[in-house]
Design a protein around this ligand. Sequence first.
Ligand code: ZN
Length: 157
Amino acid sequence: MVVLTDPNPELRVRSVEVSSSDVSSDRLRKMIAELKKTMKEENGCGIAAPQVGIHERVIIVDDGSGPKAYINPEIVSKSFATFLFEEGCLSVPGVWGMVKRHKSVKVSAIGEDGNPVKISGKGLLSVIFQHEIDHLDGILFIDTVQKITRMPNNSIL
Ligand code: ZN
């Protein structure tokens, strides 16, 4: 799969929910496998389906414990406390910047096995969830970045 890059308008489309009848389909299983492969090839710690032009609410998250897919993920609660985290994005190559994120979030989703899951994420995991779920709504980290720290020519600002 080819990762689309900013300013491709496909990245700005709001993705639709996966229907319950489709959750355990071969089609979805294949899509998840392809997304994981693409994320690994690109050395990402997360990827969202719209980044490869599929406008469905599917994300892959890997905080170091291995890639996991979540279908129709939704942030159901978030900490009042926020922190600044340096983020990059496969769809915005070479650019890094400080983004204000909630320190912890609770996410409700459907897991790869088709069963509902609730995950509590803090630190890096919390950031990955917020970043990837933003993609499902057509939002990129450069929309809310507070300070760009690195530009594509590799200069550190
Ligand atoms: Zn991204």
